[in-house]
Ligand binder design. Structure first.
Ligand SMILES: [Zn+2]
Length: 160
């Protein structure tokens, strides 16, 4: 049997980001799934403050399509906040930004943890506690998140 490589908990699953109300077990929460293109739409329109037209161009969809995507995204986020749902972001081959990276000084193991889970107690590989956060909390290092999610049917289904 081949020797297992460095165990990577996170590497086993596709990148995803999860947000939930504090103190409520996941089993008791209804989950809202936000797709990556919806997240990207929120980022462009609400975080960067771009006009729908420019946002649409960046995502390579029609303006009408962008409008629908961002509207759906906002409704989902509102649902999460107002009704106390869990929010899961998934879909698309993307680098999820909301991960904290740690590296172990003792064994060299590197791994990621989602935000909101607290500082890990020990290195998952060697169980030591001589590790530190290495992502620097900054952007610009590592692969950039790309809007891989391109809805088919671009420019279709316009209304009005
Ligand atoms: Zn270690």
């Amino acid at each position: 049997m081949p020797r297992p490589l460095c165990p990577r908990r996170v590497g086993a699953s596709p990148p995803s980001t999860y947000f939930k109300p504090r103190g409520v077990p996941v089993s008791k929460l209804e989950e809202v799934v936000l797709s990556v293109d919806e997240l990207e739409a929120l980022r462009l329109a609400d975080l960067e403050g771009l006009y729908h037209e420019d946002s649409a161009a960046r995502m390579n969809v029609s303006r009408a399509t962008f409008g629908r995507i961002v509207e759906a995204a906002r409704r989902k986020v509102a649902q999460v906040l107002v009704r106390g749902r869990a929010l899961k972001i998934e879909g698309g081959a993307v680098e999820v930004p909301a991960l904290r990276r740690f590296a172990c000084a003792a064994c060299g193991h590197g791994w990621s943890e989602p935000f909101g889970t607290g500082r890990p107690g020990v290195c998952p590989a060697c169980r030591g506690d001589d590790f530190q956060r290495v992502d620097g909390g900054g952007r610009g290092s590592g692969p950039h998140r790309r809007a891989a999610a391109r809805r088919g049917g671009r420019g279709r289904g316009r209304r009005g």
